[in-house]
Structure formats: structure tokens, C-alpha cells
Ligand binder design. Structure first.
Ligand code: COA
Length: 322
């Protein structure tokens, strides 16, 4: 039986850090409001001339080194992102070229904050089908470039970054099960109103801003994430008590606390980065995973549940042994 296993991780965060106190100077908000309602204390913001692929390349270099593989070993690149450099060519080809990765399938996919979970699930299928031996899988976002810095409802939430993993085929079990879902009936609760074939002319104007019904998103997120976590464990025949770590999408500390409660997991078993990173959309899960592994909390053999929820709505979970 062929499995896929994560054998290396990396992350990149832009240099510029913006604290809640910095935001107090821009919009009518307070550090106290942001911290208590969201858990965010600071976030990294990419430079004006910095692109998503720039961040991906830095995160990927670290993951490649961590995995001890050579770029010539990589035979698949998938990047989950909502904020690619260009509409085309796809961002994975830009990363491929910059890193000198030989000819291989390279594509991006967009599932908002669930982008990395979708990308990892797809790479797992390629490996299990025998098509791929060593995949570079990335979640990355320059989401602050979409933010309306005069809208206090949204500008306090987001941050930029990139997380990368190397996923290799293995006889040892790594990824145990993946579960993806989406329900387009919720498309109007969270969206960005500009795309390649719609409203392109308003890009760069005040009309181009993240639209979010925060309260509604919150409710559906908590309900959906709780349900998929239970389904994931049940399908894998794993009990809540067996889980070593929860690595959740870092949208809001209160959503994460609700999830941990449903799983009977103390917060000590949850990797939290929301305070330092904010919501980095598709980058949040791979960056949190990297944080947990590098600081020695997540160890080889540990059972880890990763999950995410985002615009669409889309959602997904991956249960794995490191
Ligand atoms: N600073 C101060 N006050 C703010 C504020 C800010 N940055 N943003 C909103 N407010 C105000 C609102 O205007 C509102 O004031 P009002 O009662 O006078 O109208 C009040 O705070 C409460 O707003 P509300 O939207 O009900 O707050 P909330 O407790 O739902 O928290 C979110 C707002 C956005 C933090 C929360 O709904 C959330 O995190 N939702 C999920 C978002 C998410 O996960 N998005 C990404 C999905 S991947």
C-alpha cells in the first residue's frame, strides 16, 4: 500500500509587522476589541512590491531543505491561494521556474481559506494513484492586498504569509484520510467582488474590498467544522482522545475554542498562531503546522487533525500521522 507523508515543512512571513495599536491609528478600533473578539494581536503585511510567489519560494526552500530532498526530486507542485501573482500563468509554474524544479505538473487551486487543505488532499490522491513520488504543496496569501484599510470590520482580521510542505510517497502511513466539502449557497456571505471575468474594471477602486457578514460566517464555520471533525474521526475509526494535536485554520480564536471544546481537547493541544499571524487564509494551516513541528510540540508519530473553512463556503480536514 502506498501512502503519502509530510517529510518537511517551511514558512515565510513578511518582515513588516502591524500591531493592533498600529490599526488604532488607521480605523476606529482598539487593541482590546480586536484581541477579545478575534484573538489577533499582530499580523505580517507584505511589501508593496512583494508577491505571493516571492513568499512561496522562501517557504518552499525551507521545506525542501527540511525534507532533505533535491529540487530535481519534485514531480508535482500545487499551490492553494486566492491571491496569485497573475491570473495566468498559474503561480506554481512561477515557483517551479524560480526554484529550478524540472518539468512536472504544476497548478494552483482556489478554495479561499481551505486552499491548502484542498491542495494537500489533491497531492495525496496523486501519490496514492502512483502518479507522483514527491510533491511540493503550498498554501500562501497576500490577502492584505485585497483589504480595504478603512473598513474596521475586515481590516483587523487578515495577514500575509506562506506555508509549504514536502509530501512524499511512503510505505508508512502518513495521511490517513482527507475530507473536502463546499456549499455555494453561502457565496454572498464572504467574497471579493473582482475577478478575471467580472468587475475587473473596479480593481484598485474603493468598490474592490472583501465583503463579509462576520456573524453569519462565524455561525456556519463553528457548526460545519464541528461536524466535519466528528465525521473525519468516525470514518478513520479514531477517537477524540487519540488525537495529539489540532492544527486549525486561524480565523478567530473563538471559532478555534469552540472546535477544541467539541473535540474535548484542552487548548494546550491546539496549535495557535492567530495572535501573531492573523487570518492568513490558505497559508494559516501549513504555517501553524510548521510552527508546531519546529518548536518541538508536534513529534514524529503524533496524530494530527488539520481543518479549515473559507469563502464559498468551502471546508476540509486532513487526519495524519507525522
Ligand atoms: N473595532 C471596534 N468595533 C468593531 C470592529 C473593530 N475592528 N469591527 C466591528 N466592530 C463593531 C461593529 O460595528 C458592531 O458595532 P454595533 O453593535 O454598534 O453595530 C460591534 O463591533 C459588533 O460587531 P459584530 O460583527 O457583531 O462582532 P462579532 O462579535 O461578530 O465579531 C468578527 C466580528 C468579524 C470578529 C466575527 O464575526 C468573526 O470572526 N467572524 C468570522 C470571520 C471569519 O472567520 N472570516 C473568515 C472565514 S475563513
Amino acid at each position: 500500500m502506498t501512502y503519502s507523508r509530510i517529510v518537511g515543512t517551511g514558512r515565510y512571513l513578511p518582515e513588516r509587522v502591524m500591531t493592533n495599536f498600529d490599526l488604532e491609528k488607521i480605523v476606529d478600533t482598539t487593541d482590546e476589541w480586536i484581541r477579545t473578539r478575534t484573538g489577533v494581536e499582530r499580523r505580517h503585511v507584505c511589501a508593496e512590491d512583494q508577491t505571493t510567489s516571492d513568499m512561496c519560494i522562501e517557504a518552499a526552500k525551507i521545506a525542501i531543505e527540511d525534507a532533505g530532498v533535491d529540487v530535481s526530486d519534485i514531480d508535482l507542485i500545487i499551490t492553494g491561494t486566492t491571491t496569485p501573482d497573475l491570473i495566468f500563468p498559474n503561480i506554481s509554474t512561477l515557483i517551479q521556474h524560480q526554484l529550478g524544479i524540472p518539468v512536472c505538473p504544476a497548478f494552483s487551486l482556489e478554495a479561499a481559506c481551505t486552499g491548502f487543505i484542498y491542495a494537500l488532499t489533491t497531492a495525496d490522491k496523486f501519490i496514492k494513484a502512483g502518479e507522483t513520488k514527491c510533491a511540493l504543496v503550498i498554501g500562501a496569501e497576500c490577502i492584505t492586498k485585497l483589504v480595504d484599510w478603512s473598513d474596521r470590520n475586515t481590516c483587523v482580521l487578515f495577514g500575509d504569509g506562506a506555508g509549504a510542505v514536502i509530501l512524499k510517497s511512503s510505505e508508512e502511513q502518513g495521511i490517513i484520510s482527507c475530507h473536502l466539502g463546499a456549499d455555494g449557497q453561502y457565496k454572498d456571505l464572504l467574497y471579493y467582488p473582482v475577478g478575471a471575468s467580472k468587475n475587473l474594471a473596479v480593481a484598485g477602486t474603493d468598490a474592490a474590498a472583501i465583503m463579509m457578514s462576520g456573524n453569519e460566517v462565524f455561525k456556519v464555520a463553528v457548526k460545519t467544522l464541528g461536524r466535519i471533525a466528528a465525521e473525519t474521526l468516525e470514518k478513520a475509526g479514531v477517537t477524540k482522545e487519540e488525537l495529539d494535536w489540532l492544527v486549525p485554520h486561524q480565523a478567530n480564536i473563538r471559532i478555534i475554542q469552540a472546535m477544541a471544546k467539541r473535540l474535548n481537547m484542552p487548548m494546550e493541544k491546539v496549535i495557535l498562531t492567530v495572535q501573531d499571524h492573523g487570518n492568513t487564509s490558505a497559508a494559516s494551516v501549513p504555517m501553524a503546522l510548521d510552527v508546531g513541528i519546529r518548536d518541538g510540540r508536534i513529534k514524529p508519530g503524533h496524530l494530527v487533525l488539520m481543518e479549515a473553512f473559507g469563502g464559498g463556503f468551502t471546508w476540509g480536514s486532513v487526519l495524519m500521522r507525522l
